[in-house]
Design a protein around this ligand. Structure first.
Ligand code: SAM
Length: 288
């Protein structure tokens, strides 16, 4: 098993591999956690899996044993010869040397997973880009059925935060629109090399087929992010920062029309309220 502590250290030594902190490289060395991730994603013989950042292939191996096919995106080309070696026995694995944020995932799914009944993203994410990865995938493809991903515990808490709490932010709203989020389990620091500074958590995110709110998705999430740009400020101050000081009176009117007090803070608004406000601001030609 690639992900056992002994085998991992052997592989690292054999290739003289040095971790790059800048790429979020913390490798899992616990077979039990690897199996719980695969089980959590319900990976079966009909499942196509996209993995982000296979590292030396420990999670990839666990996935390959259950999935129909695994396509793994790895940015660090030093890992390619290692993966070619460690995963040589698994013919259902393909490694693509590309930044996931630049990948055309829809095209990959069409080309590689035509014979799969379900497509899941399963990954121990590079933590420095957890939010950009989730945003990129949720906004750019509807062909993924769900995600079982490890991330910083702090971010995991934000994904399922309740309105009005300190963890509630634009990511919470994005996730609540596209998905149902389930916190699966907490992961201690000691199951990684090198040991990270933060605790981790595995989260299951299943894509919704229908949306409860009728939003203009192309512009809505940009608007929500603008409302959260400066957390400590009121909605009015954030909107003034976006639209310009000269628009202050028009913003107050747009808020009134939407039935929202502009002195509120963004973390107190539900997605339905944000949508009303967005539409009212659009009608006033204040935002896109
Ligand atoms: N899956 C392995 C494991 O669990 O042991 C490694 C996980 S490690 C937390 C994150 C991996 O993502 C590293 O292999 C890193 O090189 C890779 N990575 C970092 N940024 C990436 C990006 N933008 N696109 C694809 N892979 C990336």
């Amino acid at each position: 098993m690639i992900g056992s502590p002994k085998k991992t250290f052997q592989i690292l030594k054999k290739y003289g591999f040095h971790f790059k902190k800048s790429l979020g490289q913390n490798f899992l060395i616990d077979g039990n956690i690897l199996n719980r991730i695969v089980t959590g994603a319900d990976v079966a013989g009909n499942t196509g899996v996209i993995e982000i950042g296979p590292g030396i292939g420990s999670l990839t191996e666990a996935l390959a044993k259950s999935a129909k096919k695994v396509v793994a995106f790895e940015i660090d080309d030093r890992l390619l010869p290692i993966l070619a070696d460690t995963l040589s026995a698994y013919k259902n694995v393909e490694v693509i040397n590309q930044d996931i944020l630049k990948a055309d995932v829809d095209k990959v799914i069409e080309e590689k997973f035509a014979d799969c009944e379900k497509v899941m993203v399963v990954a121990n994410l590079p933590y420095y880009i957890t939010t950009p990865i989730l945003t990129h995938l949720l906004e750019n493809t509807s062909k993924i059925d769900g995600y079982v991903v490890m991330m910083q515990k702090e971010v995991a808490n934000r994904l399922s935060a309740k309105v009005g709490t300190k963890d509630y932010n634009s990511l919470t709203i994005l996730l609540s629109y596209y998905t149902d989020v389930e916190y699966l389990f907490t992961v201690p620091k000691k199951v990684f090399v090198p040991t990270p500074n933060v605790e981790s958590a595995v989260v299951k995110i299943m894509t919704k087929n229908e949306h409860e709110v009728d939003i203009d998705a192309e512009n809505f999430f940009t608007f929500v992010r603008q409302c959260f740009a400066q957390r400590r400020k009121t909605l009015l101050n954030n909107l003034v920062a976006t639209c310009g000081k000269d628009k202050k009176e028009e913003i107050i009117v747009a808020c009134e029309k939407a039935g929202i007090d502009s002195a509120r803070r963004s973390e107190t608004l539900t997605i339905v309220e944000f949508n009303r406000l967005h539409k009212s601001m659009q009608e006033g030609n204040l935002v896109k």
